[in-house]
Design a protein around this ligand. Structure first.
Ligand SMILES: CC(=O)N[C@H]1[C@@H](OP(=O)(O)OP(=O)(O)OC[C@H]2O[C@@H](n3ccc(=O)[nH]c3=O)[C@H](O)[C@@H]2O)O[C@H](CO)[C@H](O)[C@@H]1O
Ligand SMILES: [Mn+2]
Length: 344
């Protein structure tokens, strides 16, 4: 009798445990669906949104933290210019939202790099780090312009991405090499890129990616605030000050000083920018003038009167040594180089 009773209790216990598990599982499933439990929503949003290309809004949903209007994400530096362009710092955006938006549009992104003469040594680490950190999960084409195709090593890129090597004739002077990339980008947009990509990012060769650089940078027109001039007065900017140059900027004008090593935007806006810079350089050349910082000076002139719609913080073009209170994550850095040797 006793053993039978014990048997019944044992069976009941098993059922109770089984039913409890079932209830617990259903409850957590419900929470994950409703976005009420972080652990499960993190898992479900990762499985549904990471690195896939979606065009149909109804086929997925994204779950993310609600923005808190009383908790601005950054208070130590301006994140909105007076012309209402965001200044992109780590922590002010949610990539889940941005990736979903850009995947919906199935965007194609081009990255141009010029590697002429000795600068081809930078290409391998630039592309390899880009494969790790640049626009993960999106369609990317790299365009490497070089005078020596055979010097560019074979680099395998991930599915959905391609590496295009383009032969160009180099220039004697390094100043001409760096300045002429405006013309070459402009002409190649006209010839090919206008139908191949939606956005174009133009980067110096002597750089490498050290952290994620994703769709947060994309917009109609973007420029990067030069790390050396972040808190400087406009009269301290190294703009061109000769008023007969097309790059001339008076001392009482200027918002930020932008670096020449990284800029971009929609392919049509980059066309306008490169066209302006090239024409301005040619007009100056006819007057026997070369702006103080070459293409960077013309770029600063363009950005003064065609203001970028997104400004990237110096996280996106940091030097290989120093640190800063403002910049927490260095996403792209300059590679150390011996100027005399490399430009020789
Ligand atoms: C961070 C920064 O302020 N960058 C600017 C500064 O950079 P840098 O001093 O970093 O100039 P740089 O030597 O990197 O030259 C600019 C780019 O031109 C290409 N190149 C140059 C020389 C050469 O022999 N072969 C070659 O391919 C290459 O892509 C290189 O990255 O000054 C340059 C000209 O004054 C440009 O304005 C740069 O954008
Ligand atoms: Mn450089």
């Amino acid at each position: 009798m006793l053993s039978r009773k014990g048997n019944i209790i044992g069976k009941a216990k098993k059922w109770i445990i089984l039913i409890s598990f079932f209830i617990l599982f259903s409850f957590t499933w419900y929470l994950s669906k409703e976005g009420k439990c972080k652990l499960f929503t993190a898992y479900s949003s990762w499985t549904c949104c990471s690195h896939k290309i979606y065009n149909d809004v109804s086929s997925y949903r994204i779950v993310y933290d609600q923005p808190n209007p009383f908790r601005p994400p950054k208070t130590s530096f301006m994140v909105l210019t007076p012309w209402l362009a965001p200044i992109i710092f780590d922590g002010i955006y949610d990539l889940k939202i941005l990736n979903a938006q850009f995947h919906q549009r199935d965007v194609r992104i081009g990255l141009t790099v010029f590697a002429v003469r000795k600068y081809n040594i930078f290409v391998k680490s630039l592309i390899e780090t880009a494969e790790k950190f640049f626009m993960a999960g999106h369609k990317v084409n790299y365009y490497v312009f070089t005078d020596d195709v055979s010097a560019i090593p074979k680099i395998t890129v991930k599915e959905g991405r391609s590496l295009v090597i383009l032969k160009i004739s180099g220039y004697e002077r390094w100043q001409d090499i760096t300045m002429r990339h405006m013309q070459l980008i402009r002409d190649y947009i006209d010839k090919k890129l206008i139908t191949e990509v939606d956005y174009l990012a133009c980067l110096d060769a002597d750089m490498k990616f050290t952290d994620d650089v994703e769709v947060e940078i994309l917009g109609d027109l973007f420029g990067v605030i030069h790390h050396g001039y972040i808190g400087k007065l406009r009269e301290q900017f190294t703009n061109e000050r000769r008023n007969d140059s097309e790059a001339y900027i008076p001392v009482d004008e200027g918002d930020f000083y932008y670096t020449g090593c990284f800029f971009g935007g929609s392919v049509t806006e980059v066309y306008k920018l490169t066209n302006f810079c090239h024409n301005a350089m040619m007009a100056d050349k006819a007057k026997n003038i070369e702006a103080i910082w070459h293409d960077e000076s013309y770029l600063n002139k363009y950005f003064l009167y065609h203001k970028p719609t997104k400004l990237l913080s110096p996280e996106y073009a940091w030097n290989y040594y120093g640190s800063s209170d403002v910049v927490k994550r260095k996403k792209i850095i300059h590679v150390h180089k011996d100027y005399k040797v490399i430009r020789d």
